[in-house]
Design a protein around this ligand. Structure first.
Ligand SMILES: [Zn+2]
Length: 184
């Protein structure tokens, strides 16, 4: 019995692993992401074999060029798994989206610099409504099988999530970046 991850819509079997306090990922999706971050430890072979991507899919973006996008997949995962309306969830989505924006739009080449800048200020961000499930690639798209013919790259995943959110919130994100990242 597969159930969709509330953040990305990828379908995972039941999993008793932990979930994050405010990142809104199902236990299966979170286990796969964590395995990618820390490596080793758990065996995700069965998890990958038994899971699949959502049926209603967005077009896959072209890969980014020379931008250092490979560092951004964790940010994309955090934005996509936006969680509830707690202050921590709202802050987390905003910071990760600002980091994606700064680097993908070419305004900075320093990873995490937008996050460090925006961390100076508290309580200014508001909840951004997420794009519909299926409007962006999922983290499950990096692995073959389960509907994935050609696994995507970390960069493609990051750009896809970024574009889906920017389509809805470009002006707000640009304003936040100006006010809370760039300005002194
Ligand atoms: Zn997910």
């Amino acid at each position: 019995m597969l159930s969709p991850c509330p953040g990305c819509g990828a379908l995972f079997p039941p999993c008793d692993g932990a979930t994050h306090r405010y990142i809104g990922a199902s236990a299966g999706c979170w286990a796969l992401f964590n395995w990618s971050v820390v490596g080793g430890g758990i065996d995700v072979t069965n998890l990958i074999a038994q899971s699949r991507i959502p049926d209603d899919l967005a077009p896959i973006p072209e890969p980014g060029d020379a931008l250092p996008l490979d560092s951004l997949w964790g940010d994309a995962y955090g934005v996509q798994h936006h969680g509830g309306s707690s202050p921590q969830a709202i802050q987390s989505v905003a910071l990760h989206l600002l980091n994606l924006h700064g680097i993908i739009s070419g305004q900075t080449t320093r990873p995490r610099w937008p996050i460090e800048r925006a961390l100076r200020i508290h309580g200014v961000f508001h909840k951004l409504n997420p794009p519909a499930i299926g409007r962006a690639l999922t983290y499950r798209h990096l692995f073959p099988g389960g509907g994935v013919v050609t696994p995507v790259t970390h960069s493609q995943y990051a750009v896809s999530v970024y574009e889906a959110w920017m389509t809805l919130h470009r002006s707000v994100v640009e304003q936040w970046y100006e006010r809370y990242v760039v300005s002194e």
